[in-house]
Ligand binder design. Structure first.
Ligand SMILES: [Zn+2]
Length: 448
């Protein structure tokens, strides 16, 4: 068995404790075998040594909300931009580790995602470890072509069974699942040991939390009409088509009272049921106020032009009359204000991006760095953020026994950086080597 000793690094182990200087890590067969002060353990005589003096070693990052490009998504992507190429699913995958992301939860996709997941796991494809939900469970009406509809509690449970038999790791409930069906789907999924995520609308975040949903997607979906003072509650825009739903969401955020009983109730339920909030701040920024220009340059350099063109096409679908809604910046500030409140209340928030072939400028891998910067503006420290994006995410995925820390027995998904990101998150851009299941890669070799 080949051994590799990463010698004399500063190691942040991902648990939240301060980093330790002069630390060495031994890996073999894709697994961390030993971690300790330099010289404290004996490496096999034939171990290869990588001198990491002056370098910073940490667990690979985890993105809790992605949608990989799969072959069966090509026809859908054609709605927004030029045709994808046969190599795009594999290229898109490799961009994640190129920016330090070594595990993802792919939360709603075409069935092809399960094949992609399995090919990465078997070593046939290079990419982050994927935990995958299957097709979207959309409820009574479908918005997307990749989804399943059902109208009764029995139908919801039947869909859950079908996805479970396909071998999904998670389930994703979508906007048109009403409360009674959400409760049925969550009950059936939990009986089968499958956790459930929701990007909800017909069921409120408060209802889903009380049914025991495991994660709520997008900070923008957390408020309901109960957050509105009575005088505004009577004036909520109605309608179920997409422009009406967006208008209602804007209205709720603009007039939401974060000190009222609904906000207190939501926070209490999120804490009580230990619901993870997966905020996807970066895609919300892109949609509400446009991509951050400096970051966009960094995150999309050398990217195939067709990916960017597809994002531009999708971004246009969020515009009314060719321009963004004038209230969007105010909505964006209120969403950020609410995330600050979640932090102060001790709700579990885990960085996540919505990186996808179709979500505007939520680039594979790099967008997680922007997500961390946005959450920093909501009050999180660098240490909190790096803990959330590693061991915190692994716990949210119930895989803390498998990855998320630098400790013996964990998968050797590691980042060797040229600077310390606890001092400045910008150092996450300076990846010297990314280890995927123990194999070292130079980031530049993963990106073309
Ligand atoms: Zn998504």
């Amino acid at each position: 068995m080949a051994f590799l000793l990463i010698d004399d690094a500063t190691v942040f182990d991902g648990t939240g404790v301060p980093p330790r200087d002069r630390t060495s890590v031994l890996i073999s067969a894709g697994t961390i075998r030993a971690v300790g002060p330099r010289g404290s353990f004996r490496a096999p005589r034939d171990a290869e040594t990588l001198s990491a003096h002056g370098r910073f070693l940490m667990p690979g990052l985890v993105d809790l909300h992605t949608h990989m490009i799969t072959r069966d998504a090509f026809a859908f992507l054609r709605r927004f931009g030029p045709p994808m190429q046969a190599s795009d699913p594999e290229r898109f995958l490799r961009w994640f580790p190129a920016f330090g992301v070594t595990s993802v939860r792919d939360i709603g996709n075409y069935r092809g995602i399960l094949k992609l997941r399995d090919r990465v796991a078997s070593g046939d494809l290079l990419g982050p470890t994927i935990l995958a939900a299957g097709e979207l469970l959309e409820g009574v009406r479908s918005v997307w072509p990749l989804s399943r509809t059902f109208h009764t509690a029995g139908g919801a449970a039947g869909e859950v069974r079908r996805q479970s038999e396909m071998g999904v790791d998670w389930l994703k409930l979508y906007v048109n699942v009403p409360p009674s069906l959400a409760r049925a789907a969550i009950g059936e999924a939990h009986a089968r040991g499958i956790p459930v995520a929701g990007h909800l609308s017909a069921t409120s975040a408060r209802q889903a939390a009380s049914y025991g949903i495991d994660s709520l997607e997008h900070a923008s979906t957390l408020v309901d009409d109960g957050f509105l003072p009575p005088e505004w509650r009577r004036r909520v825009p109605r309608g179920s088509d997409i422009p009406a739903v967006r208008e209602r969401s804007r209205f709720r955020w603009l007039h939401a009272d974060f000190d009222g009983p609904a906000a207190r109730d939501l926070i209490a339920k999120l804490r009580q049921h230990r619901v993870v909030v997966s905020p996807t701040m970066v895609v919300l920024e892109n949609i509400y106020v446009g991509p951050n220009r400096e970051f966009e340059k960094y995150g999309v350099r050398d990217m195939p032009a067709r990916w960017r063109a597809t994002w531009e096409g999708r971004l246009r679908t969020f515009l009314a009359d060719g321009k963004p809604h004038s209230a969007n910046p105010a909505v964006w500030s209120k969403i950020r204000e609410f995330v600050k409140r979640l932090r102060r209340a001790g709700v579990t928030v885990i960085p996540s991006t919505d990186a996808a072939g179709w979500n505007p400028y939520a680039s594979p891998g790099a967008s997680l760095h922007r997500e961390l910067a946005l959450l920093r503006e909501c009050g999180y420290s660098n240490r909190e953020l790096l803990t959330m994006a590693t061991s915190g995410a692994a716990k949210a995925l119930r895989r803390e026994w498998e990855f998320g820390t630098v400790s013996p027995g964990q998968r050797a998904d590691l980042l060797l950086l040229r600077g310390n990101p606890l001092r400045d998150l910008g150092h996450l851009r300076e990846i010297d080597t990314v280890f995927l299941r123990g194999t070292p890669h130079a980031p530049a070799n993963l990106r073309p």
